[in-house]
Design a binder for this molecule. Sequence first.
Ligand SMILES: CC(C)(COP(=O)(O)OP(=O)(O)OC[C@H]1O[C@@H](n2cnc3c(N)ncnc32)[C@H](O)[C@@H]1OP(=O)(O)O)[C@@H](O)C(=O)NCCC(=O)NCCS
Length: 185
Amino acid sequence: MFLIRPLLSSDQAFLWDALHVALWDPPPAPLRPREILEDPHVRIYAEDWGRGGDLGVVAVPDGVERPVGACWMRRLQGGVGFGYVDDETPQLGIAVLPAYQGRGLGRRLMAAALSAAWAEGIRQVALTVHPANPARRLYEGFGFRTVEFRRTFHLMRVSVPSVGEAGVGEGSPNADPTRPGLDAR
Ligand SMILES: CC(C)(COP(=O)(O)OP(=O)(O)OC[C@H]1O[C@@H](n2cnc3c(N)ncnc32)[C@H](O)[C@@H]1OP(=O)(O)O)[C@@H](O)C(=O)NCCC(=O)NCCS
C-alpha cells in the first residue's frame, strides 16, 4: 500500500533522485551520471523546492518515510525551461524509482498532481517527453496532447477540464473518484 501526499521541502533529497530518474533515455542507456543534476538547465526543476506556486505529490510505501515516486510542477519565468509555454504554465516532471515502476503509481501520482493543480486554479500544465518514452501513453490518457516539437522532444499540454467534462480519457483524474488527491492521508 502506498500513501499519496504532498511533496514538501523536506523531501528535497528525494526530489533530486526523482529528477535524476526523470531524465529518461531510451534503453539500454543507463541513468545519466548524477552530476547532470548540477547542470543549470536541469537543476531549475528541483532546486529550492517549496517556492510559491510549487506543487507536487509523492508516493510513500506503508511504514516507510522515504518516497518512491513523485509528480511535481513548477512555474518558471521568462522562457526558462525546456517545457516553457508562458510564465503561468507550470512544467511537470514525474518519476517512480525503477523497483516500483509498472504498479500503477505513476498513474496515481499524475491523477493527484493534476487534481491539485486544477483545484489551485492552474489553467494548463506542460511537459516535454522523449518521442520513444512509453510515458507518452500515460500522458495522453490524462489528456495531454503534443502541441509542438522541441528538437525531437514532444512538448505536451493539458488544459483544465471544462465544467461538465467528466473525464478526458481512461487516465483522467476524474475517471475514478476513489483515487486519492493531494489531501489524501
Ligand atoms: C513514467 C513513469 C513515471 C510511470 O510510472 P509507473 O508507475 O511506472 O506507471 P504506471 O504503472 O502507473 O503505468 C501507467 C502507464 O504508463 C505507461 N508506461 C510508462 N512507462 C512504461 C513502460 N516502461 N512500459 C510500458 N508502459 C509504460 C503505460 O501507458 C502505463 O499504462 P498501462 O499499464 O495501462 O499500459 C515511470 O515508469 C518512470 O519513472 N519512468 C522513468 C522516468 C520517466 O520516463 N519519466 C518521464 C519523463 S518525461
